[in-house]
Ligand binder design. Structure first.
Ligand code: GSH
Length: 235
């Protein structure tokens, strides 16, 4: 039986199943990357809800795992060398879980680097830019009279969608025929942009038919449907 008591986060979110991967998250575009990955890989895990309503991400217990106060974060009781591993940053967690299981990442070295490259494209481009667009289009920034910041993120989001659309031309998924962590990193953000943010018209989503095709294929996967709702939000 694993002992996770050395991790202060377990004081606030006790592990009922300390032998399973502990997931601290909320179903946001960054959070669901990890729940979808865990569902796709079939790894046993225990989800814990980190509620922003009560600023759980700012508590000392959460900060002990991620000093950057952001979900998602995990503890794998069976990390490298059989020792527990704590990890934050969704891209790092995806790469870790792919390498742990040998799933959703190519086995050959070049393919592996290409998967990491497209995960980084999402982490450094799509995530931050779409997130800023959300702020200026849907949240507090929409009240700002000066529309130049919003327009800057709209233009950059369109450009990134164009890059993604061109990459998907003639390919089933980002890497090619094989679904991978690059898709799991990217499509929750595309879904959020056109869904929750309601920015489809603003970015000319109809101009990116390959992106739409692959988002539809992504959303149709049973593991994706499950992962999008984990951890369950409180009532
Ligand atoms: N680069 C980080 C970003 C994570 C992130 O921005 N998480 C947001 C939710 S999608 C969050 O936890 N926000 C809480 C806060 O900023 O206080 C990752 O990919 O893990």
């Amino acid at each position: 039986m694993s002992d996770l008591s050395a991790f202060p986060i377990t004081g606030k979110w006790p592990a009922q199943h300390p032998d399973r991967i502990q997931l601290y998250s909320l179903p946001t575009p960054n959070g669901v990357k990890v729940s979808i990955m865990l569902e796709e890989c079939g790894l046993p895990y225990e989800p814990h809800l980190v509620s922003f309503t009560t600023n759980d991400q700012l508590t000392p217990e959460f900060l002990s795992l991620n000093p950057n106060n952001k979900i998602p974060a995990i503890i794998d009781p069976d990390g490298p060398g059989g020792k527990p591993l704590a990890l934050f940053e969704s891209g790092a967690i995806l790469i870790y879980l792919a390498e742990k299981t040998g799933k959703l990442i190519p086995a050959d070295a070049a393919g592996r680097y290409h998967a990491i490259q497209w995960v980084m494209f999402q982490m450094g481009g799509i995530g931050p830019m779409f997130g800023q667009l959300g702020f200026f289009h849907k949240f507090a920034g929409k009240e700002f009279e000066d529309k130049r910041p919003r327009d800057r993120y709209v233009a950059e989001s369109k450009r990134l969608l164009g890059v993604l659309d061109a990459r998907l031309q003639g390919r089933a998924w980002i890497l090619s025929d094989d679904y991978s962590i690059a898709d799991i990193a990217t499509f929750p953000w595309v879904r959020n942009l056109v869904g929750f943010y309601g920015a489809g018209d603003l970015v000319g989503y109809a101009d990116f038919p390959n992106v739409k095709r692959v988002l539809d294929a992504f959303a149709a996967r049973p593991a994706v449907a499950r992962g999008l709702d984990i951890p369950k939000r409180g009532t």
